[in-house]
Design a binder for this molecule. Sequence first.
Ligand code: TRP
Length: 329
Amino acid sequence: MEIVLSGIRPTGNLHLGNYFGAVKNFVKMQHENNAFFFIADYHSLTTHPTPNDLHGNVKQVLAEYLACGLNPDVATIYVQSDLPEIAELYLLLNMNSYLGELERTTSFKDKVRTQPNNVNAGLLTYPVLMAADILIHRAKKVPVGKDQEQNLEMARKFAKRFNNLYNVQYFDEPTPFNFGEELIKIPGLDGSGKMGKSEGNGIYLIDDDKTIRSKVMKAKTDAGPTIPNQKMPEEIVNLFTIANIVSEKDTVNVFRNKYNDCTIRYGDFKKQLAEDIIKFTSPIRERVLEIHANEQYLKKVVKLGAEKARVSASKTIKEVREIIGFKSF
Ligand code: TRP
């Protein structure tokens, strides 16, 4: 089975967009591959070097991903900082990565703009750490969104360069993992194209029923159709897109027909939509709360994950040290 790997930044809670984007595919992927998932807590320091509650953030994302179905008995699920081998490989790869290419990375240039007072070296070498994450297990496939493509390209470059410099065929070049079917994009509730944390238009898996009802009732709508079969404005298409995922087909059809003959009452549609979202998210929310409260279980999960991950990580570090020429006396 092929090794696929993905890092998860411990920032914020999962929303429906995350769920139907990456998370659901991760859950599926773990059964078809030798899957590695880790919480990228080292990486989070590049933007927040003095986090208020680093451990709490790690615990929360871990609980959420487990609640969504990542299975520690199937996949290798670990915390990045539990594997110092990654830090060592990062150090070694840093010797073969150059200021010019790192400065030219799009994400680095963005950060220079957005956090001009904290342009730290970790930020500059973010792609090197990401390459270390991948190469430490000699992973072949990495599921990445558009925003991470350049980082993956850098990882390929560093892998190839390592081979060239030390005249070995050691690292394979990791390639993007494509989720067979089209990724489902969940729109925001504000008429925008995409549900996202920064947009503040999202429904979170841990939102309680009341919050979900209130968010859905406040979703943007127009004045309503006046001409039969009139073209839907984007904000209404968005609500139907979400309904298509969480509601019964018949329910969606009823409201679609009502839209088409101009009898739809958006209030009724939203009420139904909110209940259907709740039906979908509330079991997940309950599992998040349950897992989050179970310290023993979480401890077991990360311990097992680190143990499993260390098998390939320590092997790689040992071999890389040999290749470079470190020898013990
Ligand atoms: N950079 C990724 C992100 O921002 C997270 C990440 C860290 C990652 N290391 C990785 C993803 C290794 C894939 C492989 O989402």
